[in-house]
Design a protein around this ligand. Structure first.
Ligand SMILES: *Cc1c(COP(=O)(O)O)cnc(C)c1O
Length: 367
């Protein structure tokens, strides 16, 4: 016997974690490089101080005000809900980061004897949620160019009959978004076996002009769940607030598995205050999208392969020794991420100055 008495499948497993290193240019975890302004900081501080005056009490278990704020945000122009598809507060659920939202989805809709499916390369946390929720895990594949292979998906779904299909759009680490017809077909296939389709739209606000959001499909598919987060476009990774939009009965089901009062009063106050400044917090998204497109163009002009990106990062390569390139960049003070298929590297989009430092460092390292 080993000590402590870990579950067999957890023994010898390393905890998730990108290196948190103290370097001048951090382009490794897809954070928004722009901190909130002094005005937003002051408003959050005021809201938190108010919440602090009643911290002897448990918070609103149903986080009603926050759900209303999130629904209102999703209904604003550009968030992705098409005309007429107004999202209501009872279609919104939230937790401490969308990672917790998706774990709750697997706790509710996965479990022993059930299977969750995704398609690689994709977000490395998905198999961990499945493992933690004691759910079987099957990873299919994508086309060589990272677009979705619907024929392969159809076969895999027929074979494994998953209760949950989990897919990011835009995908991490490739940046590839899913077209509406793929999402619609998946929802229909999975509805036939009473499963849910979770589209993880952590990067939705960064999508290019003309790329749709799955939110517009909610009225047509009761088994569709669209996950979002305030960690990326909203520049609020430190607050830990993720959320989803789905049919009210899905949100209701999650109340069974959530821990009591899982969203602290401080978190609720912070997120609600931030939502009141959505315009400002999201104001940097246009800059980041433009910087992303410039980065993709520059990398291609240098002769690198770059996956088309609808996110605030891009995957580029291919390098025969990607670790050496990663280490070389780090030696120049630029931290990126060694992730994705062999030979590829992922760089998050930072400020114009940070991207200039990245370009200079990469030029040095690959010369
Ligand atoms: C960053 C990211 C998230 C967001 O996680 P939070 O827990 O909300 O911070 C979710 N999904 C993917 C694919 C991500 O890359």
């Amino acid at each position: 016997m080993t000590w402590p008495p870990l579950r067999a499948e957890l023994q010898g497993v390393e905890p998730y974690g990108a290196p948190q290193l103290d370097v001048p240019v951090c382009l490794n975890v897809n954070e928004n490089p722009y901190p909130p302004s002094a005005k937003v900081v002051a408003d959050i501080a005021t809201a938190v101080a108010e919440a602090a005056s009643s911290l002897n009490r448990y918070p609103d278990r149903e986080f009603t005000e926050l759900r209303e704020g999130l629904a209102a945000y999703l209904n604003t122009a550009g968030a992705g809900v098409d005309q007429g598809g107004g999202i209501t507060a009872d279609q919104v659920w939230a937790a401490n980061g969308s990672n917790e939202v998706m774990l709750q989805l697997l706790q509710a809709f996965g479990g022993p004897g059930r299977t969750a499916v995704s398609f690689a390369p994709t977000y490395s946390m998905y198999p961990e949620y499945a493992r933690n929720a004691m759910t079987g895990w099957v990873a299919g594949r994508r086309h060589e160019d990272f677009t979705f292979d619907l024929d392969h998906a159809r076969d895999l779904i027929a074979e494994h009959r998953p209760s949950v299909v989990l897919l990011p759009s835009p995908n991490n680490p490739t940046g590839t978004a899913l077209p509406h017809d793929v999402i619609g077909t998946l929802c229909e296939l999975v509805a036939g076996i009473d499963g849910v389709v979770v589209i993880d739209e952590a990067y939705a606000e960064f999508r290019r002009e003309g790329t749709p959001s799955a939110l517009a499909l909610l009225p047509e598919h009761r088994n569709l769940v669209v996950s979002r987060t305030m960690s990326k476009a909203f520049a609020l990774a430190g607050a830990r607030l993720g959320y989803l939009a789905a049919a009210p009965e899905i949100c209701d089901a999650l109340r069974v598995v959530r821990l009591p009062y899982h969203l602290s009063a401080v978190t609720q106050a912070t997120a609600s205050a931030a939502l009141r400044h959505a315009d400002e917090l999201l104001g940097k998204v246009a800059l980041l999208r433009a910087e992303r497109d410039r980065t993709v163009d520059w990398l291609r002009a240098q002769g690198h392969e770059v996956a088309d990106s609808d996110a605030n990062f891009c995957l580029f390569g291919r390098f025969s020794d990607r670790h050496a390139v990663w280490q070389g960049l780090l030696d120049h003070g630029v931290l990126i991420r060694e992730t994705g298929p062999d030979g590829w590297l992922r760089v998050s989009i930072g400020t114009a100055e940070e991207m200039a430092a990245f370009r200079d460092a990469l030029t040095e390292v690959t010369r």
